[in-house]
Design a protein. Structure first.
Lengths: 192, 192
């Protein structure tokens, strides 16, 4: 998606260690007009899928998922990252290892909001190793929900998450795939 | 706001310990059509304020804030709850005690996304003791930003957060104020 790629070029910053900072518009400050355009693109791409639920994981995916849910006219569910006393015992849960934070946490979705009737579009801001996505897929499998596709804002194409998910048969629709990036020059190239 | 009150009556559940579960439409599964109506109400209520930024705190506030930002045509910023390696050192930070989770965590906003030119509408899903809100207000004060108002989905009127904030001169616009609720009968009454 050219609009997102252009925005990454304009406002993204490449840091060492394979870190791409896009927090001025994607995952700290949110440009919701951009989110709405991204949602329209996914809506077009998944026009033939009968999606009736959007699933994401807190926190950075939520704003994007809300825009997508509005565009599709369906509810969104965000998986929570730790047991909260406001959740019943009746939950799906799976551990996820976070590379960003260097620890393992539990991801939780209430059984009331995901089930066999759900045709799910999973949304997240980033896809790198795919650890969080594997957790969400495991929860969808437990729920008996059908995963119609995976919508990612920025995929790090030089990490294996997207490749492995496509090899497993999932439709991964990444609006920008970073092929390479150089922390010295700041140069970013995209895969098309 | 009648639509929100009706929805709380229909789908909310009163638990012991002053807990109101609204996770079927507000803070786990999200009814974004409802969020858009809430955003319209705040837009009407704050028509005379020159709001150019929405501020919230992860995670439950983000979906609502995204809808509000879309309605106002401004960016939204969500405060993060723990130091992330994807954030620069250049941040505002303050500790907040969570009554829900029984621990203290740091709340962080990058200095690049909040400053003296910002006229802020703070959005959150719940207001009870006001601890999280006090943290966001402290960050706004540090940034030199002007707080035009506070938009809350559900205020627990039997806890002191809203009363204290109004006594301090803040415009607190809660779309539903729960006056009392009974875990035995499930009855919920609203303040008008």
């Amino acid at each position: 998606m050219k609009e997102l790629e252009d925005r990454i070029i304009k406002d993204g910053t490449v840091k060492s260690g394979g870190v791409l900072k896009v927090d001025s518009f994607l995952n700290h400050q949110m440009d919701v007009a951009l989110f709405q355009d991204m949602a329209k693109q996914w809506h077009e791409d998944f026009a033939d899928a009968h999606i009736n639920k959007v699933l994401t994981i807190e926190a950075s995916g939520i704003g994007i998922a809300a825009a997508v849910a509005a565009e599709f006219g369906v509810p969104a569910v965000f998986a929570k990252k730790s047991q909260s006393i406001n959740l019943d015992g009746s939950v799906y849960t799976t551990p996820i290892k976070s590379f960003t934070h260097g620890r393992t946490y539990d991801v939780i979705v209430s059984k009331r909001y995901l089930g066999p009737d759900d045709h799910v579009l999973i949304i997240d801001d980033f896809l790198a190793n795919g650890a969080a996505m594997r957790g969400l897929l495991k929860i969808c499998a437990e729920a008996g929900a059908t995963v119609e596709g995976i919508g990612i804002a920025v995929e790090k194409g030089f990490q294996p998450g997207g490749r492995d998910l496509r090899a497993d048969g999932y439709t991964v629709d990444s609006l920008a795939i970073v092929e390479s990036m150089d922390p010295e020059t700041g140069e970013i190239t995209f895969r098309h």
